[in-house]
Design a protein around this ligand. Structure first.
Ligand code: DGY
Length: 436
């Protein structure tokens, strides 16, 4: 069974591989290269095609801007089945954007540091992988330097995101109160996502108006970071985004140790690391909720909701043991009922929870993957194994979908996953989980 599942997962990844040297997340719905998808995909590829894994990472890093920024989507071709595409985003407005690749002017969680380390862990030819890392690690370092120089205006060690699409958790209920502070125009545009996936599983038209409006403001100012920090109606310190940056800082430090030299970069990484860990622990932890929460920097207030992002600092070793126990208790109490698979993307006890809609409740395999390793790090082995088992069961039940209903019984006869089918990171990370 395990072998068969791995074979199927490899089939998904191979079918989604493109001649330009990257893997699409899912046919139809996502026809380009997405930043954090590529990172997770490379981890799965390492188990059976190391050259493809290296190419995946290289292709993404080739699209890096001169200021170290790595965009969230790289538009490698002219596919018009996605909105908003290259013509809408217009990355060329930024003076330092890539001259070779069209992209968006926003980013996604900084996964590449820990992805390089995972690639080294999995690779059998370590020497060859070290050579690859030597060639590419500075680009990842420059990406972190970009974040710390441009995205931390109050020098708190906490970087901001200026768009919900930068979070990766695109339409989480966490953003709902920010939408209430905005009143964007009613844009006229043609949705493409709802031609691929049932509209009940995707964001609403009005939500898209907000998403587009933030981009229009950024474009008016040529994607200038200072202007965005001053003017964007969306400016958030996200525990998931910052946890991934911290995890990647730690990986870069360990990889620089491995390849030798680079003393100044290591000193800098340690400084960033110290400040960021402190920042997440002091500013983003909510004692009453027993969880990490987002902070709305524009409106200067915490966003007090529990989501799967609330537990992601475990992955980066951010909380101390006592706080990790609190997090686990919160996860078990709110998300861990026997009638549910772990881990819903949003608090199932909240009235904003929706078990079918994108990031408003369904289970995501990349979040489960992070939580699995995070819980293992703190020796919560039973819960870690439950998350792993649940992930495998959901994929067995529904297939390699993008997201899954956390309810073990939702009353429907034919169970089927949601969003894109044959979804690359669900396949890639299943390969890793089954090998661990
Ligand atoms: C989408 O189009 O929903 C993408 O996830 C944005 O990154």
């Amino acid at each position: 069974m395990k072998k068969e599942l791995i074979k199927q997962a490899m089939g998904v990844l191979d079918a989604n591989f493109q001649k330009e040297g990257f893997t699409i997340p899912s046919q139809g719905l996502y026809p380009f290269q997405w930043k954090w998808d590529s990172g997770f995909i490379a981890i799965g590829l390492c188990y059976y095609n190391i050259e493809k894994a290296k190419l995946e990472v290289k292709t993404l890093l080739d699209a890096q801007w001169e200021n170290g920024f790595i965009p969230h989507i790289v538009f490698h071709n002219e596919n018009d089945s996605y909105f908003p595409g290259a013509d809408f985003h217009k990355s060329e407005l930024h003076p330092l954007s890539s001259k070779e690749y069209k992209s968006t002017g926003m980013t996604q969680p900084p996964v590449m540091g820990f992805v390089l380390q995972e690639m080294h862990r999995i690779a059998t030819d370590k020497e060859d992988m070290v050579e690859f890392i030597k060639k590419h690690i500075d680009k990842v370092y420059q990406n972190h330097a970009y974040f710390y120089s441009n995205r931390d205006p109050h020098d708190e060690g906490l970087v901001y995101i200026y768009h919900n699409w930068e979070s990766g958790t695109d339409n989480s209920p966490v953003w709902d109160d920010i939408w209430k502070t905005m009143n964007p125009p009613e844009y006229i545009f043609e949705r493409k996502d709802t031609t691929h996936v049932d509209a009940s599983q995707r964001p609403s038209k009005r939500e898209y108006d907000h998403y587009l409006h933030i981009i229009e403001i950024a474009k008016e100012h040529q994607y200038d970071d200072e202007k965005i920090a001053a003017l964007s109606p969306f400016l958030v310190q996200d525990p998931l985004f910052n946890a991934m940056l911290i995890k990647s800082n730690e990986s870069l430090l360990e990889l620089y140790d491995l390849i030798g030299g680079n003393e100044e970069k290591k000193i800098q990484l340690r400084q960033w690391q110290q400040k960021s860990i402190k920042g997440v622990n002091t500013k983003l932890f909510d004692e009453e909720l027993g969880a990490f929460v987002h902070y709305d920097l524009r409106n200067d207030r915490p966003i007090r909701f529990v989501s799967s992002s609330s537990f992601s600092p475990l992955f980066a070793g951010i909380p101390d043991v006592k706080r990790a126990e609190t997090l686990v208790q919160t996860m078990v109490d709110k998300f861990g009922g026997k009638d549910k698979y772990l881990c819903a993307s949003f608090d199932p006890t909240s009235d904003r929870f929706n078990p079918k809609k994108y990031w408003r409740g369904p289970v995501w395999i990349n979040m489960n993957w992070m939580l699995y390793y995070g819980l293992k790090k703190y020796r919560f082995l039973e819960l870690a194994n439950r998350i792993k088992k649940d992930s495998v069961e959901l994929i067995k039940r529904d297939g390699f979908y993008e997201y899954f209903d956390c309810r073990k019984n939702n009353g429907e006869a034919n169970r089927i996953g949601y969003g894109g089918s044959n979804f690359s990171w669900s396949a890639a990370l299943l390969i890793d989980l089954l090998n661990d």
